[in-house]
Write a new protein. Structure first.
Length: 219
């Protein structure tokens, strides 16, 4: 019996809270992982290639690269972006540039970190932006597209706002009241979220699927 062919994954968002936890899990599952970032990562591994890229020209970051699967945990906040226009360019434009370049480099599978309230028709800017990005990704025709919709992600962040620091200790109590259809809004540890996303590596043939809290917390 012949060995399985080597597989390569591309990751956008490796320096973020979720991406940092996801990266080592992908290194366990793939023969090669390529990260695209603004600067060198502090991770060194025989199977890791970090490509420093200009996000306004992500296509160049795929030069000479053949990939199987793409993972996107990339995003920002309106506070950091400074405006809806800038956030749209980052959370939608760069994500779509990455997806299209990955598709051109041979990727047939894509995993995307979205948000629990994503809805292209929402009156809430953040939810609408995430929903529009989901719809645009679906239109690219990936054989497998996994969309992960967490609510509050419990993770250590250098830029955590004071409101988040106040809220985090209360989450276990609040989560108990989020049952039934509202369970998708429960908080999730970043480690559990990263494990769920990494599980996409072994889910060939899943087509288009959306994962909520109850799916990501399942054994």
């Amino acid at each position: 019996m012949s060995a399985n062919p080597p597989r390569t994954a591309a990751l956008l968002g490796a320096s973020g809270a979720t991406g940092k936890v996801l990266l080592p899990l992908l290194l366990d599952r793939y023969d090669k992982v390529v990260t695209l970032s603004r600067r060198e990562t502090d991770v060194h591994h025989a199977k890791l290639e970090n490509r420093v890229v200009d996000f306004d020209n992500l296509t160049a970051g795929f030069a000479g690269l053949k990939v199987d699967d793409c993972y996107c945990t990339f995003g920002t906040t309106i506070r950091i972006a400074g405006s809806e226009a800038t956030m749209t360019r980052i959370d939608h434009g760069y994500v779509m540039d990455f997806a299209k370049a990955g598709r051109a480099a041979g990727a047939t599978r894509f995993a995307y970190l979205s948000a629990a309230n994503a809805n292209a028709a929402s009156s809430v800017f953040y939810a609408r932006l995430k929903g529009q990005t989901e719809d645009a990704l679906k239109a690219l025709g990936f054989a497998d597209l996994a969309i992960y919709r967490p609510s509050m992600i419990i993770a250590e962040r250098a830029d955590r706002r004071w409101a988040e620091s106040m809220l985090f200790p209360l989450l276990p109590v609040v989560d108990k009241f989020l049952v039934g259809a509202f369970s998708k809004y429960r908080s999730i540890p970043v480690e559990a979220l990263a494990r769920a996303i990494a599980g996409f590596a072994g889910q060939q043939g899943c087509a288009s699927k959306t994962f909520y809290w109850q799916d990501m917390m399942s054994p």
